[in-house]
Design a protein around this ligand. Structure first.
Ligand SMILES: [Zn+2]
Ligand SMILES: [Zn+2]
Length: 136
């Protein structure tokens, strides 16, 4: 059975990341002067809107709306994870959460496999390296 909640949550957090990137100046509004792929479109479209002036407000509103949705009980299990180090709850969207990344070689074509482990920022240093993995 497909886990709908998890998929929805994944979709919402992806959008959140996009919004955060846009707020930091990599806008995904095609008409914005901070549009990420501006260089591709320069010749065809002339970006017209000014970032901040026109985009920031609506991005902030959308972020607020998504934050309200991901705060629903429905997504509790997806959002709150157990810290690998102290075993306490950690809000995966909160500032106290950090992802410690590991990689290991995969196959013989030089591919690497990636693994992220969730922990509190304060516990981060104590995350044990899993067998066969390297800190990224
Ligand atoms: Zn913009
Ligand atoms: Zn912890």
């Amino acid at each position: 059975m497909i886990d709908n909640k998890r998929e929805e949550f994944y979709f919402l957090t992806e959008r959140l990341q996009e919004i955060d990137a846009a707020l930091e100046g990599n806008c995904n509004d095609i008409d914005c002067d901070k549009y990420i792929y501006k260089y591709c479109l320069k010749k065809i479209h002339k970006p017209v809107l000014r970032h901040g002036f026109s985009c920031t407000l609506s991005l902030k509103r959308e972020k607020e709306a998504i934050m309200r949705i991901v705060s629903l009980t429905r997504y509790k299990k997806c959002r709150y994870l157990k810290c690998t180090v102290c075993g306490k709850k950690v809000d995966s969207l909160g500032k106290e959460c950090s992802v410690v990344s590991f990689t290991r070689p995969c196959g013989d074509k030089g591919y690497v496999e990636y693994k992220g482990i969730y922990a509190h920022k304060k516990c981060k240093r104590k995350v044990a390296v899993p067998d066969g993995w390297k800190r990224w």
